[in-house]
Design a protein around this ligand. Structure first.
Ligand code: NDP
Length: 337
């Protein structure tokens, strides 16, 4: 890391640097733009497990030919309320960016719209994929598979992906409520960060290669597995994600996907939009008494509140990058400002 490197970077500058890093490393600019904006959104909102930490993995994936950084996704199936997109070994981001408006139009016409993306790579947080739909008044649900890292119902070996799922709904008196979570107690990205920092994991997060519980992140990563959140209930969610995102889209299950190291999993993605206006309801207004009741019950913070606060700070002072993130940036885009 350069000793004069800034610790806070304005968002547009960081996006430009990440785009530059991707384009220098074999990405088409059209593909790079939405990938970069997701990486930067994660740094900005304090989701470092899916920010710059992932940049070397994106680059390596394209360098080795494991993923295609230049291919454009194509629609392979269309119904009134469904789009099936083949990402053709590329990344999901461009497919979402390209068919976002089309999907909203379908949902506004029919009440619902489903986007299925196959033969794709996803290496990111899910909330950036759906938050904007809630800003536009839709209720959105999405999930994505990843390679097998999570133990099933009482097993000892990984069988399901960490299979993130996310939900977003509009609010009349505030930004959308968005939750976004891994099917595991702890996301793989956070386990990687713990391993890098030499920190122990909390109890109940992972097992080693023999299925024995361990707090050693390195042992979990070295042939071990992650524990599903909520025990068998989390395993059930992980299973449902395999069906929605992989089976429905025509993509490999987590256990069928190749083991990529620190690279994006081959995956499928499922995204459902519901337009409350077609149901004749005003969900954005209706959610307010629920939010009030939640706060009155003693809850201080809703999912998303932490991110929105970080976003506000970033807008005022720039995005704060730690030394590791700056180092990644300097290594991936050397010589840029
Ligand atoms: P976290 O456990 O950090 O958070 C899960 C959700 O719970 C977030 O919406 C968070 O909101 C909310 N939350 C956490 N603590 C509180 C609290 N005290 N009160 C209210 N809400 C709270 O996420 P995970 O570690 O499970 O996942 C991290 C990321 O990893 C996700 O973005 C996920 O999409 C991504 N991931 C991606 C995969 C892929 O293959 N692409 C696979 C698996 C995970 P807030 O954001 O405000 O903190």
């Amino acid at each position: 890391m350069s000793p004069t490197a800034p610790l806070r970077v304005p968002e547009p500058e960081l996006v430009a640097r990440v785009v530059d890093a991707l384009v220098r490393n074999g990405f088409d600019a059209q593909v790079a733009a939405p990938v970069a904006s997701t990486i930067v959104a994660c740094e900005r909102d304090g989701t470092p497990s899916h920010g710059l930490l992932r940049l070397p993995g994106y680059i390596e994936a394209v360098h080795t030919g494991y993923a295609d950084g230049r291919v454009l996704p194509e629609v392979v199936g269309k119904r009134d309320s469904m789009l099936v997109v083949d990402a053709r070994q590329g990344f999901t981001h461009l497919a979402l960016a390209q068919w976002r408006d089309d999907l909203m139009q379908r949902a506004a016409r029919t009440g619902t719209a489903v986007l299925l993306i196959r033969d794709a790579h996803h290496f990111a947080a899910l909330w950036p994929d759906i938050e904007d739909f809630a800003v536009e008044g839709f209720v959105a649900i999405s999930c994505v598979t990843s390679r097998a890292r999570v133990i099933g119902w009482g097993g000892t070996k990984a069988v399901f992906g960490t299979n993130a799922s996310a939900f977003a709904c509009p609010r009349a008196d505030g930004p959308p409520i968005v939750w976004d979570q891994s099917a595991s107690v702890m996301s793989q990205g956070d386990v990687l960060r713990a391993a890098r920092q030499g920190l122990p994991l909390p109890e109940g997060v992972g097992v080693d290669i023999d299925g024995v519980p361990t707090t050693d992140a390195a042992r979990v990563l070295d042939g071990g597995a992650l524990v599903a959140f909520g025990g068998v209930k989390g395993a059930s969610i992980a299973f449902a994600v395999e069906i929605l995102a992989a089976a429905l889209s025509g993509s490999p299950f987590g256990f069928e996907a190749p083991v990529p190291g620190n690279r994006p999993s081959k995956c499928g993605q499922f995204l459902l939009l519901v337009d409350p206006r077609c149901a004749g309801t005003d969900v954005a207004r209706r959610v307010e008494p629920l939010v009030d009741a939640v706060h009155a019950s003693g809850t201080q913070k809703l999912p998303g509140d932490r991110r929105y606060a970080r976003r506000q700070q970033a807008a005022e002072h720039g995005i704060e990058l730690d030394a590791h993130a700056l180092d990644i940036l300097d290594r991936c885009a050397p010589g840029t400002a």
